[in-house]
Design a protein around this ligand. Structure first.
Ligand code: IPM
Ligand code: MG
Length: 354
C-alpha cells in the first residue's frame, strides 16, 4: 500500500489538487490510501496554526505528500509563525527534503504562449535543481529589532555548511548524468563568502563526475542568460534563494507557470510534490486555474517515491494528448482557442488516460 498525504492548502491549491487526486486515483486507486489534512491558511482556520500538529504527523508518516499551495494575500506582514507559507518551509526542513527539482519543459503546442520568441524556446527542456534546506531562508540570526541608535533594522543570514553543499552537488551531478551531462552552478561568489564556499565545494565534488561538463555563473548573469538564450542550459544547480527566483523565470519561459510541477526529495524515497505556481488568490474559487502542474506533480510522485515510471509516463502522455487536442485553460490560451475550466481540464486528462 502507498500512503499518500494530501495537503491541498490555500487558494487554487484546493482546486488543482482535487484534479490531481482524480488522476492519481484513476491510476493507482486501489493500491494507495489518500489522507487529506489542512495546511497554510486552511490550517490557521482549522487549528490556529499553518501547520497543525495532526497535519505534521500525517506528513511525517506518509510515503509521499501531494501538496497544493500555501499562501494568503497580505499575510507576509503578520507574525512569521502564522504565515501560510511557513508551513511549507517547516515541512521541507523537518522532513529533510533538501533537493527541489523544478523541470521547465516547453510543450510544442504552447510555444506561442511563451513571452519569448518561439525559436528561442522551441524544444526547451531544462531542470532547475534548487537546494531547499539552507541559505538565507533558514540562517540565523534573523529578525527585526531596534539597534543601539534607536533605529529599526532587519537581519537575515545567508549560511551554508560544506556538507549541505556537498550533498546537493552530488544530487545535481547524478541528475545531470541522467540528462545531457551539463551542469551550470549558480552563485554570487564575486560578493558573498557563503557563495565562495558554494563554488569551491561544487567544483571539488565535480571532479568525481568528470563526464559532466561543469560551468559556473553569477546569479545576475544567469538570469540574463536564462531570458537571452535559455536552450544553452540543461541542469541549473542553485542555492535556495537564487533557485526560488530563477525557477520562476524558467517557468515563465514555457508559457505558463501553470504547467510546472516540482518534487522535493531527500535521501530516501519520500517526497513532497507540488505545482510551482502557488495559491494565486486572484483566480481562486473560479474554476479558472490550470490543474496540469498539479497533475504532472502527481506523475513525479509516482516516479520518484514509488518507482512507477510507467504510470508516471502514462499521466505525462495524457497531458500531452490533451494539449495536442487543443484543450486550454485561461493561462495558456491563444487567440481562436476554446477556454475550459479547472475541472474540465481534469476530466480531459482522465479521458486521455483511458
Ligand atoms: C516556492 C515559494 C515558496 C518559497 C514560498 C511560498 C515560501 O515561492 O516554493 O518557490 O519561497 O520557497
Ligand atoms: Mg517561489
Amino acid at each position: 500500500m502507498m500512503h499518500i498525504a494530501v495537503l491541498p492548502g490555500d487558494g487554487i491549491g484546493k482546486e488543482v489538487t482535487a484534479q490531481a487526486l482524480r488522476v492519481l486515483k484513476a491510476v493507482v486507486g486501489k493500491e494507495a490510501t489518500f489522507t487529506e489534512a489542512p495546511i497554510g491558511g486552511e490550517g490557521v482556520k482549522a487549528a490556529g496554526v499553518p501547520l497543525p500538529p495532526e497535519t505534521f504527523e500525517l506528513a511525517k508518516k506518509a510515503d509521499a505528500i501531494l501538496f497544493g499551495a500555501a499562501g494568503l494575500p497580505g499575510d507576509e506582514l503578520g507574525p512569521r509563525h502564522l504565515r501560510a507559507g511557513s508551513a511549507l518551509l517547516t515541512l521541507r526542513r523537518e522532513l529533510k527534503l533538501f533537493a527541489n527539482f523544478r523541470p521547465a519543459i516547453l510543450y510544442p503546442e504552447l510555444a506561442g504562449a511563451s513571452s519569448l520568441k518561439p525559436e528561442l524556446v522551441e524544444g526547451l527542456d531544462l531542470m532547475v535543481l534548487r537546494e531547499l534546506n539552507g541559505d538565507i531562508y533558514y540562517g540565523a540570526p534573523r529578525g527585526i529589532s531596534t539597534n543601539e541608535a534607536g533605529v529599526r533594522e532587519g537581519v537575515n543570514t545567508m549560511r551554508y555548511t560544506e556538507p549541505e553543499i556537498e550533498r546537493i552537488a552530488h544530487v545535481g551531478f547524478k541528475a545531470a548524468r541522467g540528462r545531457r551531462k551539463k551542469l551550470c552552478s549558480v552563485d554570487k561568489a564575486n560578493v558573498l563568502e557563503t557563495m565562495v564556499l558554494w563554488r569551491e565545494t561544487v567544483t571539488r565534488i565535480g571532479r568525481q563526475y568528470p563526464d559532466v561538463e561543469l560551468r559556473h555563473l553569477f546569479v545576475d548573469a544567469a538570469s540574463m542568460e536564462l531570458v537571452r538564450a535559455p536552450k544553452q542550459f540543461d541542469l541549473i544547480l542553485a542555492p535556495n534563494m537564487f533557485g526560488d527566483i530563477l525557477s520562476d523565470a524558467a517557468a515563465m519561459l514555457t508559457g505558463s507557470i501553470g504547467m510546472l510541477p516540482s518534487a522535493s526529495i531527500g535521501d530516501g524515497s519520500k517526497g513532497l510534490y507540488e505545482p510551482v505556481h502557488g495559491s494565486a488568490p486572484d483566480i481562486a474559487g473560479k474554476d479558472a486555474a490550470n490543474p496540469l502542474a498539479a497533475i504532472l506533480s502527481a506523475a513525479m510522485l509516482l516516479r520518484h517515491s514509488f518507482g512507477r515510471s510507467e504510470d508516471a509516463g502514462r499521466i505525462e502522455r495524457a497531458v500531452r494528448a490533451v494539449l495536442a487536442a487543443g484543450y486550454r485553460t485561461a493561462d495558456i490560451i491563444q487567440p481562436g482557442q476554446e477556454k475550459i475550466g479547472t475541472a474540465a481540464m481534469g476530466s480531459a486528462v482522465l479521458v486521455a488516460l483511458r
